[in-house]
Design a protein around this ligand. Sequence first.
Ligand code: ZN
Length: 364
Amino acid sequence: MPSDLLVEGALLDADGGRAGYALFRQGNLAETGVLGTASPGRGVRRIRGIVVPSPVNGHTHLGDAVATREPPHTPIAEIVRPPDGYKFKLLQETPAPAKRRAMRAALERMAREGVYATLDFREEGVPGVEMLRAAARGLPIRAVALGRPLRRPLEAPEVEALLDVADGIGLSAIGEEPRSVRAEVAAACRRRGKRYALHASESHREDPAEYLDPRPDLLVHLAEATPADLSEVARAEVTVAVCPRSNALFGRRPDLGEFARRGVRTILGTDNAMFHSPSIWRELEFAYVTGRLMKRPVPAEFLFRAAFVEPYRWLGEPDRARLAPGSPVQPLVFRLPPDDPEYQIVTRATAQLMVRPGTAGQVR
Ligand SMILES: [Zn+2]
């Protein structure tokens, strides 16, 4: 039987940070309120800390978790370009059970670290998505699968079969996928009420007139986008997943402060599991610290929203980013000083500082 828990300190969610308390009964959020007004009764454990919703990992390629060695020192394109880049050869050579195990281990890690969902680009067609679904079975984390059809030119039956099992389609970039392919994929996704996503301006600048046509539901990277490009993306109200650690590995430095100033709807992802652990906590700290390093600081509040608020807007489930009794997402509790809670969560949160409100307090 889990004991009841009173957290006094700060509540931080879609409405911002505020002093307050959260009372968990049987592991579930039962009550929130103004600091100093809680009357929890006897036998309740009390701690000081910060309460947040569960974060979302905004961009992964979990299939890449089969690679466990130092990534080669080559340009990113040589590694990830379909159909014959290093990662695609590796995926081809690895038996399905090994890939499934690697994906499951990555998902388990994210679940342990309190992540509610991951938006995963799953290559390898229909079998690739089915592999991810099998890997995620029974785990307390939601895998949003953006699959990728194998055949070019596209074949409608494959695209339809993919949309039967996936949440949408995630393509490489305009250099690999001509407009005709993008248009057909976008139209098929729209018809089926699913999402169309695309990488853009990762290692060199691409023209927003191209990658915004047809309009994607999600862009990934924009590391080489100009400020004017970012304004155009913001005007189109297209959400962008940024992956600063992955970009850094190949010498790219997205200016997230500029994303914030231009009003780009931004979410944060950990990208290829062959480059980095899928830890949203490491990504948050890295994003903040490298902004200071580059003398292009990014507000902690912006990064907080990129991991905890904007993904839920993208999923069409904004209430999951609010701390409220009966909320559909289990909140996380961190033993951290409650002053300046955005800064604390972005730069100092780790899974080791997470307190589970009770055995029923697993995510989801
Ligand atoms: Zn990617």
